[in-house]
Design a protein around this ligand. Structure first.
Ligand code: NAD
Ligand code: ZN
Length: 470
């Protein structure tokens, strides 16, 4: 039986995450503190006051042994802030499941949370002394948050335990690189590449679900980049009119962009993403370890969307978006939370807020298409953002030096910023008019006008020309 033990400093969120994770996984949740209180017939402060810490630790160890010995089903267990200080407890948990340690928040945040929970947590102020102890657990949760109907957990070393014994749809390249390390035997492996993001692959997934006998209560897992997530989510949305799914994005682009937001689908010969559905995954597990096998050009593609999020939110990411760098789980979490915040406010694109995520994409998509898809999406987005910044500056919506500032930001991340000379500039306007977000010849742009300043502008391309050669 699988057990996930959540560990970390007092007030790091073990119980909150534990309850949510168990719900998303469809398993039982056990709070070790509750188990101790039930056994002792007294509250934890009472046990401390009446019997002292050593007696509390003995009670805690015996409660833990009882929980570990319970083999009635999978469960998520939230531990106490010092439960694994005893080596025997640590060994017991590591032998019988996986321990995820939640990163300690900043000292101020911790003080705020402990203050809020004053009285119930006698060990609160020891968190800092125990930093090395907490740091010794390899599987880590850097952050977690709600994104519409999804729980998003960001960290590293998380995927193996959460994928175990589940129905997994895996990208072929990812399966080859990670299957043995993760100990996963996929239900279905799909060939890598956008050219396989087709109705035929969706149908192949349905057949695999049928062969496995997947029912309404079974969750299917996607293990791969944006293509795998979109296809698996769409197959889950349409299998038996919708079964739950869990997304394990393995590219940076999928981690910061494609994995949340609920959009699923496949391409048609007539266009990309034409068939699709909104179907939010129950759980998104962003495990930064996957980035260790991702080639630099795919890291760069993800950085383009990260910088787009920086522009939207007006926050500058850390070193992780520099050329050649690999972002940390904390950097990914901070960046992803920009998209999550927007999707939370406007999940189904009704208020226009979500349109901001399209920043750089109106020109970007046109350039991507006109390159015959020789430009990667992220490269096209970088170029698109810079060109759209120029459009903004030309309309006096942005300072004159803004396009150059933004171009420098993308260049530092190893991304191109100029339309390649082989692309016919005369065809960009007409290609943008073909974009599915148009109304007549009026095209909606989400123009980057400065850090934290993206504006929706409707430009009538029947009345004015934005791009022309010479
Ligand atoms: N649903 C959404 O909201 C949304 C948003 C943005 C993009 N998308 C979609 O996402 C897709 C692009 O995503 P993508 O760039 O992840 O494409 P992808 O899934 O094709 O992955 C790109 C390549 O990376 C390989 N790969 C994946 N993980 C790897 C790893 N850890 N190590 C080594 N190689 C790895 C894959 O085999 C593939 O060849 C597009 O189809 C796009 O439409 C969806
Ligand atoms: Zn994009």
């Amino acid at each position: 039986m699988k057990k996930i033990f959540l560990y970390g400093a007092p007030a790091s969120g073990k119980t909150t995450l534990g309850r949510r994770l168990a719900a998303a996984l469809g398993t039982r949740f056990v709070d070790l503190d509750d188990a101790i209180v039930a056994r002792a017939g007294a509250s934890i402060p009472e046990i401390f006051a009446a019997r002292g810490e050593a007696a509390f630790r003995d009670l805690e160890s015996s409660a833990l042994a009882a929980v570990v010995g319970d083999d009635s089903g999978d469960m998520v267990v939230s531990l106490g802030g010092g439960t694994l200080l005893r080596d025997a407890n640590r060994a017991l948990c590591e032998k019988n499941g996986a321990v995820f340690c939640i990163d300690t928040p900043t000292a101020e945040e911790l003080a705020r949370r402990i203050g809020a929970a004053a009285g119930s947590r006698p060990l609160g102020d020891r968190a800092k002394e125990r930093a090395a102890h907490y740091a010794s657990f390899p599987s880590r949760v850097a952050a977690f948050f709600e994104a519409q109907d999804s729980l998003v957990v960001v960290g590293r070393g998380l995927a193996a335990a959460l994928l175990e014994e589940r129905a997994v749809v895996a990208d072929a390249t990812v399966a080859k690189l990670w299957q043995d390390r993760l100990g996963v035997e996929p239900l279905k492996t799909i060939p890598s590449g956008e050219e396989h993001k087709t109705p035929a692959t969706v149908a192949a997934l349905w057949h695999a679900f049928a062969a496995r006998g997947l029912g309404r209560r079974d969750a299917v897992c996607a293990l791969g980049g944006g293509v795998t997530g979109d296809l698996t989510g769409f197959a889950a949305a349409t299998w038996m009119r919708g079964i739950p799914w869990i997304n394990f994005p393995t590219t940076l682009l999928a981690m910061v962009d494609a994995s949340t937001g609920g959009k699923t689908g496949c391409d048609l010969p007539e266009g990309k993403n034409l068939a699709g559905a909104f179907h939010f995954p129950r759980l998104v597990v962003v495990d930064a370890d996957f980035l260790s096998t991702l080639p630099e050009e795919l890291l760069a593609a993800g950085r383009a969307e990260m910088i787009k999020h920086e522009v939207i939110a007006g926050v500058r990411a850390g070193e992780g978006t520099a050329r050649g760098a690999v972002p940390t789980a904390a950097e990914i979490a901070a960046n992803l939370s920009v998209k999550v915040g927007i999707v939370r406010e406007d999940p189904f694109e009704r208020t226009g807020l979500r349109m901001k995520l399209n920043c750089g994409h109106t020109v970007g998509h046109a350039v991507e298409k006109l390159s015959g898809y020789t430009l990667a999406h992220g490269e096209a987005v970088a170029i698109g953002c810079v060109e759209e910044a120029r459009i903004a500056a030309a309309r006096s919506l942005a300072p004159a030096d803004w396009p150059a500032e933004l171009a420098a930001r993308f260049a530092a991340a190893g991304l191109p910023t100029e339309i390649p000379p082989e692309i016919d500039r005369n065809r960009i306007d007409e290609t943008m008019k073909g974009d599915k977000k148009r109304a007549g010849d009026v095209v909606a742009f989400a123009l980057p006008c400065g850090w934290g300043d993206v504006r929706i502008e409707n430009i009538d391309l029947g009345a004015e020309t934005l791009f022309h050669s010479g």
